[in-house]
Design a protein around this ligand. Structure first.
Ligand code: NAP
Length: 285
């Protein structure tokens, strides 16, 4: 008999990822490697849907008996209204990336934020008391700003193409202890702002689309960490630029593997085999 996790049988529990597009997601590769490693009778599949059919798609999680699903671009906020319950983290971040059923109820969780904190921690970076720049103000930026503010970053600047969105995010995330300000992308050429940062997080998908971010990296300190949440099979253009300037870098796949490990525990009740998941997407931990 084939080992569990290597073959789909009638008994196999199904987990998936809801999004559109899904061609570039590394989540199926990562989770299926973990199921094989632990010999679990689970399979992880892509579940592409449209905004119009999202409600039906979400309801099918219980109808079809899924063990859970991840949610990716562009549905992380839109799925929230279809949940029976949101965890405190999902509510505070304002996005859901993991749905797991409890009986007939759907619970919306956010593992992106703790996944980002874990990736920073694994790289030896402690946000407490630090000055940070977050580029972008979408779903990934929400997780980043919330995680950084919760971990005690003292000064967070959100720079976004649409300044009104950055302002809205800054207002929503305002909390005691962190100063959160919003600016436009012209700040990416502001010497004083860049010189004072210990961490720059790119949360735009730019670069992966072949577009470039006008960014004066020379104004940052040599030890300023550059973290790109967008990821591919190789280094993104943002990280290549940082690497060429000898700045320390964190690849978005580290956040992916840590958020994935937390989701895996919710789907299976088992501790995730982190090294196996990391290796499956080309990383070492
Ligand atoms: P999103 O909600 O669509 O937000 C995209 C952000 O990028 C917005 O702030 C948008 O600015 C900005 N942007 C898009 N195109 C731009 C352009 N041409 N020029 C300047 N700014 C531009 O997407 P998201 O959910 O935040 O995801 C962003 C990236 O993070 C994706 O690549 C996603 O795969 C990645 N991500 C990775 C992980 C991980 O585990 N590593 C987790 C979550 C997300 P406007 O507001 O002006 O439109």
């Amino acid at each position: 008999m084939a080992p569990r996790g290597s073959k789909i049988e009638g008994s196999t529990r199904v987990v998936g990822i809801l999004g559109d597009p899904l061609d570039h997601t590394l989540s199926p590769r990562m989770h299926n490697a973990a199921f094989r490693e632990l010999e679990l009778d689970y399979a992880y599949v892509p579940l592409r849907t449209t905004a119009r059919r999202l409600k039906e798609a979400v309801r099918s999680i219980t109808t079809l008996g899924f063990a859970g699903v991840n949610v990716t671009v562009p549905f992380k906020r839109a799925v929230m209204r279809h949940m029976d319950k949101l965890t405190d983290t999902a509510k505070a971040v304002g996005a859901v990336n993991t749905i797991h059923p409890e009986g007939n109820k759907l619970i919306g969780e956010n593992t992106d934020a703790p996944g980002l904190t874990a990736a920073l921690s694994a790289a030896g970076f402690r946000p407490r008391g630090k000055n940070v720049l977050v580029i972008g103000a979408g779903g990934a930026a929400r997780a980043a700003v919330w995680a950084l503010a919760s971990a005690g970053a003292i000064d967070i600047i959100i720079a976004n193409r649409t300044v009104s969105k950055a302002k809205k995010l800054a207002r929503e995330m305002a909390r005691r202890g962190s100063m959160i300000q919003a600016t436009g992308l012209d700040s990416l050429e502001d010497f004083d702002l860049l010189d004072s940062r210990q961490l720059v997080v790119n949360s735009t998908p730019l670069g992966l689309k072949g577009e470039t971010l006008e960014y004066d990296i020379d104004s940052t300190q040599p030890d300023c960490i550059h973290f790109d949440l967008a990821y591919g099979d190789k280094l993104t253009p943002f990280l290549k630029q940082a690497s060429a300037k000898k700045r320390p870098i964190i690849d978005g796949r580290y956040m992916l593997v840590h958020q994935g490990a937390l989701s895996f525990k919710l789907f299976t009740g088992r501790k995730a085999p982190l090294e196996t998941m990391a290796r499956a997407i080309g990383l070492k931990v």
